[in-house]
Write a protein that binds this ligand. Sequence first.
Ligand SMILES: N[C@@H](CCC(=O)N[C@@H](CS)C(=O)NCC(=O)O)C(=O)O
Length: 273
Amino acid sequence: MFQSWDFSGIIWHHVMLTLYDNPFSPFARKVRMVLRFKGLEFESIDALALSEHDRLVQVNPRAEVPVLVDRGVTVTDSTDIVYYLEDRFPTPAVFPVEPELRAKARRWQRVADTLLDAIIHDISIWTWPTHERPDELPEGLLQAGREDLRRVLTQVEDSLDAGAFVCGDLSIADFALFPHISALKPLGILLEQTTHPRLLHWNREMRSQAPVQKDLDYVKHSAFEKFVSGESPYEREKIVWRGDRIEWLLAHGFHEWLLAELEAGRAVVPRSV
Ligand SMILES: N[C@@H](CCC(=O)N[C@@H](CS)C(=O)NCC(=O)O)C(=O)O
């Protein structure tokens, strides 16, 4: 590894990092923002493209992105990847130093990854440009999602009392939350100045950060490339349902809908080993 400086003053580490990636995955987006925040260059493979499936299974039998490969070390799961990157490239850090703030950052990463992701995934599949759904949203699902989202967003609003970012300085909590918060508007869930002034301010601050800006551009450019100017390279019918996303459906009584999806072969679960 060697280091160099560009004119912006950022130290760039030249290492061979490969990210099994996908432009639209919130977990991959979190990892990409952390990589860029740390000034790391990486090679990206859109591993959810059907043509890359076999390569993805070789590094992750669950066939999920993101996966990071660094000098023959393979790390799966976005949170494990973030821990690995923090250990290997400690500065700039994405975890706060104080134990209390570290616990807060870890909690928000978990809430973003397991709860916000589940709600947004489960209510949005009918809007995906990849899948042509034969059915309509089951009655009550969108409302249940909106209610739970309101509750979580109020908690984020309350936790933004210390400054512009969730844990004071920009941290993993912000990078984990951002992909989900930025998915709300397309779902018609708007943050209001009267109820969520701090979140709106946070959203603006986040969008002005270089790693976030760069990722938003990448997502936008990829959406055009994959869905407008070319033919979608992704799966069109099946949806892979992992634990948290199933749990949220079951918690709201949509087991019959899920069963019908499983029976129709449209719902599948990840391979466990
Ligand atoms: N816990 C995992 C979850 C990763 C995950 O759910 N990835 C989804 C994309 S958002 C995936 O690869 N799904 C497989 C598929 O859609 O084929 C992490 O944090 O990395």
